[in-house]
Design a protein around this ligand. Structure first.
Ligand code: SF4
Length: 498
């Protein structure tokens, strides 16, 4: 058997602070590409660093507000980051969602750590269920892995979405079998996997990845039905970081045009070329019947995790109100009404996510899972409401959001004074501050962090139709029809309803 201790050797001391986390990312040998070039140290790349800094905020929160960002994890019997904790009651899920909203407020973007967290939750109960059914050893292995991860306080990324090729075909039917990540070799020591995962949130900024199937599988898809954990610097992995709208404003010089120069999200394509995972880190190996269960539990957790967007909504509502104040129109009735509408939409998302946490139920393993219907409703709200909030923010902010001169123009001796004169708002408002707020609105609605606030809201954790399918499964129309018949006095089995 391979020595799994060696895989944990450089995590012998827990990552205690954000600075520890940033240090932990240095010196790794990873094939990371961005804009056609191999990136030697992602943390030193000006376009990539804001995404690393957003992840680091999860450690800062745990230091500054330990009751929210940290938790005692019974599995390892240590205090660790809440992003490594398996929920064992509704209170854990409520605290998780409060943490996610707070991190959205602090960063104004995707802080990337929830996919790994929700993978942990799903794996806890699914490995337990497979063992009970098949007499396998997955739950013990998973707990041993998680125990080490909690003790080291590392970042676990989750990798689920396959390229999928022809969407009408199952994995085994694809012309190219690599279009779903698959096992290409097995022996007594472990498995080797090849293929790719797409849109992987925070992949380069993580320490370990948990790879999972992306959808329901059939018996013929056994080699595509597996779960495993591996280091992000495992041999055979290549990362291609996706580019985002206006991302190169990070290298334009200055911080104003970026809108949010500190924080950004990250998605990457990960290519796997015969990557080895020892059996000790394999938590499903061909049990195709459980692929759908795993995906459904993961998405039930993850769709409620989109409460993160209410934190971003708080920032955007604040930016719109600030822009209105700069223009001297904060007390105009239609502006107030738009802010009320934005808040109503934002809190509607929050209420469905929190309801899904309060109504969570225990799985056989003891892990609690959000209410499935409410979680799908919550995510479905997220596919719509941020777009309307963004529209209203642009409505309030005005066209200057997209026509404003650059920071370099502002610094030009000839035209800088003209910009300061003609872009001024109400008396007492610094013109540059006005520009900063408008750039933030641009950043969140059509710029770099619109990736996280809008398109990710649409497609992350499943596109809208995926939630509609789940809502349709749980909506119990027959039960509702029976209630209607009863109140209407429609006869049941020949007898009048009472
Ligand atoms: Fe977390 Fe939200 Fe980013 Fe998903 S989109 S990883 S839920 S912050």
């Amino acid at each position: 058997m391979p020595d799994t201790d060696a895989l944990w050797a450089d995590f012998s001391r827990p990552i205690a602070t954000a600075e520890d986390y940033l240090t932990s990312l240095r010196g790794r040998t990873m094939a990371v590409y961005f804009m056609g070039e191999r990136v030697a140290e992602p943390i030193d790349h000006p376009v990539i660093f804001p995404s690393i800094n957003a992840m680091a905020e999860t450690y800062r929160l745990a230091s500054e507000r330990p009751e929210l960002g940290g938790v005692h994890a019974p599995i390892a019997d240590v205090r660790t980051n809440r992003f490594l904790h398996v929920p064992t009651g509704p209170a854990d899920l409520v605290a998780k969602h409060e943490m996610q909203r707070e991190l959205g407020r602090r960063t104004g973007t995707c802080f990337q750590r929830c996919v790994g967290l929700d993978a942990i939750g799903a794996c806890h109960s699914v490995t337990f269920d497979i063992d009970a059914d098949k007499r396998t050893d997955y739950h013990r292995r998973f707990l041993a892995f998680l125990k080490r991860a909690q003790a080291a306080n590392i970042v676990i990324g989750g990798a689920m979405t396959d390229p999928k090729g022809d969407r009408s075909k199952a994995p085994h039917q694809q012309d190219d079998p690599d279009l779903f990540l698959r096992i290409v070799k097995r022996d007594a020591t472990g498995i080797w996997i090849s293929g790719a995962k797409m849109h992987q949130t925070g992949a380069v900024n993580s320490h370990w990845l948990v790879v999972m199937p992306t959808m329901r599988m059939t018996e013929a898809d056994k080699d595509w039905s597996f779960v495993g954990a591996l280091r992000v610097d495992s041999p055979g992995l290549t990362y291609v970081v996706g580019r985002q709208t206006n991302d190169t404003r990070a290298v334009d010089g200055g911080a104003l045009d970026a809108g949010n120069a500190q924080f950004a999200g990250q998605e990457a394509m990960i290519v796997f070329d015969e990557v080895f995972i020892p059996h000790e880190h394999v938590f499903m190996n061909g049990e195709w019947q459980y692929a759908a269960t795993l995906v459904e539990r993961f998405t039930t957790y993850h769709r409620s995790s989109y409460v993160c967007k209410t934190g971003l909504g708080d920032v955007l509502i604040g930016a719109a109100a600030e822009a209105a104040s700069h223009n001297g129109v904060e007390n105009v009735s239609h502006i107030k009404d738009k802010l009320v509408e934005m808040t109503h939409l934002n809190e509607t998302i929050y209420s469905s996510c929190m309801a899904a946490a309060y109504r969570s139920k225990p799985m056989a393993s003891g892990a609690y899972l959000n209410d499935e219907m409410l979680s799908n409703v919550a995510k479905h709200n997220v596919t719509r409401f941020p777009f309307e909030i963004a529209r209203l923010a642009q409505d309030i902010a005005g066209g200057l959001v997209v026509t404003m001169p650059s920071e370099r123009d502002l610094q030009n001796n000839e035209i800088g004074p003209l910009i300061r004169k003609f872009l001024q708002g109400k008396s007492g408002v610094d013109t540059v501050d006005r520009m900063r707020v408008l750039r933030l609105i641009e950043n969140m609605t059509i710029g770099r962090n619109a990736v996280g606030y809008l398109t990710e809201s649409l497609h992350g954790a499943g596109s809208p139709q995926a939630q509609r399918i789940q809502i349709a499964r749980g909506m119990d129309v027959e039960g509702k029809k029976a209630r209607a018949r009863k109140l209407a006095g429609v006869e049941e089995r020949g007898r009048p309803a009472r």
